[in-house]
Ligand binder design. Structure first.
Ligand code: G3P
Length: 221
């Protein structure tokens, strides 16, 4: 079963109750197709989305602060208590130092949270795979939000990443993202060897969220 993760970022369409509606649409469309659908809503809506949508929910990131006296930090225990199943981590818009990742990923696993580690290069992806996350996602930063799909503009990057990550013995899912807009972009990505996609603007900005997810996820069945 392939995976589609929808990162809501902080697009105005999904601040507040919009995130719940989007998550319901993702859940309905992915259930219909028999695909694993995950939504990463804006952090302040995490609990609301998890309780009201029934969708599988990830945080967009977590902080690496430890303990209870951590004002303002998004700590793993709070993400867990909000009803999330996991988190994105090291996204290009929220990079995390490597030394921190090495300590944080095992802490997240201990807490029972899944992790999708984002990487900008195939070398970084293969290194991050060794930390044992559930997913590794390759996203060239220059194509994020561009509408030009990584699977069309940088097919060699996707192929290289799949090879490098599998060579490291990684058994989890490999995703790609950045600029993915159409069902055909996803089909191409699948033909390059990925297990799913990480998307944002094409879904959040679509007039009909459910139809867009159905279009993107069709080739992930
Ligand atoms: O996390 C997914 C994201 O960075 C890709 O963004 O808008 O190009 O689908 P977008």
């Amino acid at each position: 079963m392939g995976t589609i993760i929808v990162n809501c970022k902080n697009y105005p369409e999904v601040l507040g109750a919009g995130a719940v509606r989007l998550a319901r649409a993702v859940k309905m469309a992915s259930d219909e197709l028999g695909v694993a659908g995950v939504v990463a809503p804006p952090t302040p809506t995490l609990s609301l989305v998890a309780s009201e949508s029934g969708a599988k929910v990830y945080s967009q990131s977590v902080g690496w602060e430890e303990g209870e006296k951590t004002t303002g930090a998004v700590v793993p225990a709070a993400v867990m208590a909000a009803g999330a199943s996991g988190t994105l981590l090291n996204h290009s818009e929220a990079r995390v130092p490597r030394g921190v990742l090495a300590k944080l990923v095992p802490r997240l696993a201990e807490a029972g949270l899944e992790v999708c580690l984002c990487a900008q290069t195939s070398v970084e992806a293969a290194e991050l795979a060794l930390l044992g996350p559930e997913f590794v996602a390759i996203e060239p930063p220059e194509l994020i939000g561009s509408g030009v799909a990584v699977s069309r503009a940088r097919p060699e990057l996707v192929e290289e990443t799949v090879k490098a990550v599998r060579r490291s013995g990684f058994k989890g899912g490999i995703l790609c993202g950045a600029g993915i807009v159409t069902g055909e972009d996803v089909e191409r990505a699948v033909s390059l060897g990925v297990d799913g996609v990480l998307v944002a603007s094409s879904v959040v900005k679509a007039r009909d969220w459910g139809s867009k997810v159905r279009e993107l996820a069709r080739s992930l069945r």
